[in-house]
Design a protein around this ligand. Sequence first.
Ligand code: TRP
Length: 335
Amino acid sequence: MVENQIQANPERYRVLTGDRPTGPLHLGHLFGTLQNRVRLQDMGVDLFVIIADYQVLTDRDVADRLTQTVEGLVLDYLAVGIDPERATVFTHSAVPALNQLMLPFLSLVTVSELGRNPTVKDEIAHSRQDAVSGLMFTYPVHQAADVLFCKGNLVPVGRDQLPHIEITRSIARRFNERYGPVFPEPDALLSAAPVLLGTDGTKMSKSRHNAISISATADDTARLLRSARTDADRHITYDPVARPEVSSLVLLAALCLGVTPEQVASSVGTGGAAALKRTATAAVNEFLAPMRARRADYAADLSHVRKILQVGNERAKALADATLAEVRTAMGMTY
Ligand code: TRP
């Protein structure tokens, strides 16, 4: 098991993962991936977190208020415990050599392979743009550059990202076969994270306004949870299939309290949806309080946040330059 290997030899792992800067991170991110990143960092692996500011252009024409969104992401990372002394936080746009890797990588994949990628297909189907841009079609190749520029060998992701990891592995393998060994073939690390629904009973997502942000106030959190969809049965149970909305609130409270969903359900008992919402609100706000306090401290001095990005970008740049030099040598392009 890869988990045991990480425990035994954390120094063998370089983890790369990241986020598109589309807005504040929420509880779905926290339980889905952020906690796992912090755990890996604390185990001693070398953690890289990319803020994918070019990838964000795949689903909108202009990324508005990008500076603010990027700085907000850094604040969210700091709030949850990503430690810039140990981890490297950086952005696509500040690392030219990473982006240049996309050109040789594009030559290693076929158009039909890209067209078959189920995650991209799905995103195209749900895109708010009327035509598919070249960047949308090829972003999994860009994502391969995100992972391979630093020779990342472990990529903690959700299930939807598996097709991208497959492309990354193919690119690494084909490059090595054609030009000689340069890249590792990275493994996905699937998080066992439970799926949290948003307050309207659909997938928690910032664009659906159904998500509880890490940075939300306690009052906003209470308001959002009060409006959450439930059902009419006053006896609260944990039954994700038959009662998805109620069960998601039960799960949310359980995750925040560190108990099982069944314990939450039986403690609310026949109190009905209102009692469940009160329990969930108190649990979420208490759980997030120290993170929110830490976030507010960092937010008071944004020069610190900018410094973290500068240092991360410099570190990423140095690695990307070294990898690109290796790539050019392997390809016979050193003039
Ligand atoms: N595509 C990822 C997402 O939307 C973000 C991302 C960009 C990423 N580059 C990556 C994830 C590299 C893992 C590895 O969530």
